[in-house]
Design a binder for this molecule. Structure first.
Ligand code: COA
Length: 391
């Protein structure tokens, strides 16, 4: 990106993008053998025909890291150049450490900070907003934003009201600062916590810690009031689009493409009607992916770019809603300068970098284990371990 702009204002430009999905596809007819449903009902009520389902080795971090590698390749940016990694997810690898830290290690991004954000299906829009503001404030220059989910691992496979909806996958974008106007122009973020019970995973946090009872009662799985979420979604999608367009000083006529959260085709159609826009302005790929929560917008946008549905200098609205309740939208001008693809030696070097990162991580963990064995019984200077015989 050039730094020879027309003023001192900085802009956050998208310069790389990538996706990753699990190998296994679960079709509606396979689902119909598991719960009392059928392909016709699912297609008519949701628009979904199939979804990708992770196996035991495919996790939120592995999918996120694969998407990130693709995005870094397209941007032609080395992991060492990353200042920050933000992962939007509601299916993190663990409560902590963050999924972002695990991906930072997998990429060998030695100069990057890393954290996760939790805003359910609106997470990618929240993360994009945080990343672009860090770049605009010049505290960061290159930020990796990932939406990654393995919802199949928290779905109640006996609940036909939810298990037909969700799928797994990841999408990643690299953002970089420049003085050239464009890129992520503005975002609106909203929340209404009074609707927190409409879509949630009740147990496993501080309100209801994990216990035998919570596992028996399926309280670690998604619970949803589908009709209420549907009503909320159809209302806020159009509102968020209008708000972000006006915050950017544009009108709806200036918008070329809308990339909505891929939850239900009927919700997207209702938003199109509410905004009086033709449905072909909306990217819809939920038929093949289902609802991948925070990953759905980056996956849909990547696919739209590869299919040529997003053209240079198009104005895009990315709009999402989800648990919290949360909703929000970002306005992006697609002014990407394509980089030459990584070929031959450079691709080989990049693969070697990732192998070195894996080895470095293994060596560090090994060294830490040895250090622990040697120093384990001794407290660091000035710190005495608590004695059990004290009262
Ligand atoms: N297969 C067959 N029948 C099903 C079913 C399934 N998978 N799931 C529910 N049904 C049944 C219900 O039991 C109900 O039967 P009843 O009338 O005998 O009680 C009937 O279908 C209608 O249920 P209803 O909940 O009114 O259906 P709906 O048209 O609202 O569609 C959703 C259900 C879940 C598809 C829809 O409410 C929805 O998409 N909500 C938003 C969900 C969402 O986007 N969540 C993620 C937000 S990020």
């Amino acid at each position: 990106m050039s730094n020879a702009g027309n003023g001192s204002r900085r802009y956050a430009h998208i310069c790389g993008w990538g996706t990753s999905v699990p190998k296994r596809i679960l079709s509606n007819s396979e689902l119909a053998q598991m719960v009392d449903t059928d392909d016709k009902w699912i297609v008519e009520r949701t628009g979904i025909s199939q979804r990708f389902i992770a196996n035991a080795e495919e996790t939120t971090a592995t999918l996120g890291a694969d998407a990130a590698r693709e995005a870094l390749d397209i941007a032609n940016i080395s992991p060492d150049d990353l200042d920050l990694i933000i992962v939007a997810t509601c299916t993190p690898e663990h409560h902590f450490p963050s999924t972002a830290s695990i991906i930072q290690d997998a990429l060998g991004a030695r100069n990057a900070g890393a954290f996760d954000i939790s805003a359910a299906c609106t997470g990618f829009v929240y993360a994009l907003s945080i990343a672009s503001q860090a770049i605009q404030a010049a505290t960061m220059n290159t930020v990796l934003v990932i939406g990654a989910e393995t919802l199949s691992k928290i779905v109640n496979w006996d609940d036909r009201g939810t298990c037909v909806l969700f799928g797994d996958g990841a999408g990643a974008f690299v953002l970089q600062g420049s003085y050239d106007p464009g890129g992520v122009r503005t975002s609106v973020l909203r929340s209404d916590g009074s609707g927190r019970d409409l879509l949630k995973v009740p147990a496993g946090g501080s309100a209801i810690p994990a216990s035998y009872d919570t596992i028996r009662d399926n309280l670690h799985c998604i619970q949803m009031n589908g009709r209420e979420v549907f009503r909320f979604a159809t209302r806020v999608m159009a509102d968020a689009c209008r708000d972000v367009v006006s915050a950017a000083g544009l009108t709806m006529e200036d918008i070329d493409v809308i990339v909505p959260h891929q939850a239900n085709k009927r919700i997207i159609e209702a938003a199109a009607r509410g905004l009086r826009l033709p449905i072909d302005k909306f990217i819809v790929n939920l038929d093949r992916y289902g609802n991948t929560s925070a990953a759905s917008i980056p996956i849909a946008l990547c696919e739209a770019v590869s299919e040529g549905r997003v053209r240079p200098n198009d104005n895009l609205v990315l709009v999402a809603f989800g648990g919290g309740l949360t909703w929000g939208a970002s306005l992006v001008t697609w002014d990407v300068t394509p980089q030459p693809p990584l070929t031959g030696l450079r691709r080989f070097r990049r693969q070697a970098l990732y192998r070195v990162a894996r080895m470095r991580s293994a060596v560090r963990r090994g060294a830490r284990a040895i250090e622990g064995t040697i120093w384990g019984s001794q407290a660091p200077d000035g710190m005495e371990p608590p004695r059990r015989d004290r009262t």
